[in-house]
Design a binder for this molecule. Structure first.
Ligand code: NAD
Length: 290
């Protein structure tokens, strides 16, 4: 397929490289990042999108997505697919999709889970919102860039799935970290705590696959001085999107709200910026009850 790829950062770069390596004709554009091997360079976003079967965007936020969409939608050929893989607010995803469909394009929001490792290894999970026709057109590209793609419903539902998943992840990580810190103070060995919880009803992905305690469970960012991994800053971004969405639809999310406040404090007022989101454990470790 003829693919245009806009936003070649930590995630977009390796995703575009994998598409090119799989034999697709890929042209890329980024304001700063260079095009990876095998990807041709376009002089601007509109020229990157013109004449392509699918145009993929992998951008930092909804505001930038809207600005790029305004440049590329008029340049794209009718019937082409606009595939946004960024994590953005549901409202921006739906607004961009509406403009794309009005211009005769297929539109899909398809944010990803799996991080930089998944982007490089071609093992991302895609959660897609849009029409069946859009999903079918993007499916061969999902096969190259990922291991699974779920069609979640109409436009915006991919973003809805992403922020609901990551709200669970943020809340669960905090619960796991505070439980470890409590166990420490109760004199319970961390390895014993892991052995029990990972095979009991308190098990979770954060405990079993991404244990926040160094030297316990499988290798995780905790074993590498909490270098990300998944940075606390990105967790904060996703939690804020969850709360923005909850506000918009009047959903009661008390734990999502608390997790947002905690990561906000951690990233903006403590030492959390640039650290893995599991570094909540050393944070709790140092604290007492207020
Ligand atoms: P990044 O900052 O590394 O990459 C974004 C790229 O977009 C940058 O290279 C930047 O120069 C480019 N860009 C910004 N404005 C542009 C414009 N107007 N035109 C062209 N290019 C422009 O970020 P990333 O880590 O690659 O994340 C991209 C998206 O994926 C984000 O929405 C993020 O939330 C999401 N995401 C990231 C991860 C992760 O682990 N990094 C995991 C899942 C989802």
């Amino acid at each position: 397929m003829k693919v245009g790829f806009i936003g070649l950062g930590n995630m977009g770069g390796p995703m575009a490289a994998n598409l090119a390596a799989a034999g697709h004709d890929v042209i890329g554009f980024d304001l700063h990042a260079p095009c990876p091997d095998g990807v041709k360079t376009a002089p601007d976003a509109a020229q990157c999108a013109a004449g392509r079967d699918v145009v993929i965007t992998m951008l930092p936020n909804g505001e930038i997505l809207r600005a790029v969409a305004a440049q590329i939608i008029p340049a794209m050929q009718k019937g082409a697919a606009f595939l946004d893989c960024s994590t953005v607010d549901v409202e921006s995803a739906r607004a961009v999709a509406t403009d794309a469909v009005e211009a005769g394009l297929l539109a899909l929001d398809a944010p990803v889970s799996g991080g930089v490792g998944g982007a490089s290894g071609g093992t991302l999970t895609f959660m897609a919102g849009g029409t069946q026709a859009g999903f079918a057109k993007a499916a061969p590209l999902f096969d190259v860039m990922g291991q699974k793609a779920v069609h979640c419903g109409p436009s915006g539902n991919g973003q809805a799935a992403k922020i609901c998943n990551n709200m669970i992840l943020g809340v669960t990580m905090i619960a796991t970290c505070e439980a470890f810190a409590l166990a420490d103070k109760l004199g319970l060995d961390r390895q014993k705590m892991f052995d029990v919880v990972s095979t009991s009803s308190g098990y979770s992905w954060t405990m079993n696959a991404y244990c926040p305690a160094p030297g316990v469970g499988p290798t995780s960012p905790a074993d590498n001085d909490y270098q990300p991994g998944f940075a606390a800053d990105l967790m904060l971004k996703d939690l804020r999107l969850s709360q923005q969405a909850a506000q918009a639809v009047n959903a009661d999310t008390p734990l999502g709200q608390s997790a947002t406040t905690l990561y906000e404090t951690f990233v903006e007022h403590e030492d959390g910026a640039g650290r893995d989101f599991s570094a909540m454990l050393p944070r709790f470790e140092k604290r007492g009850r207020k």
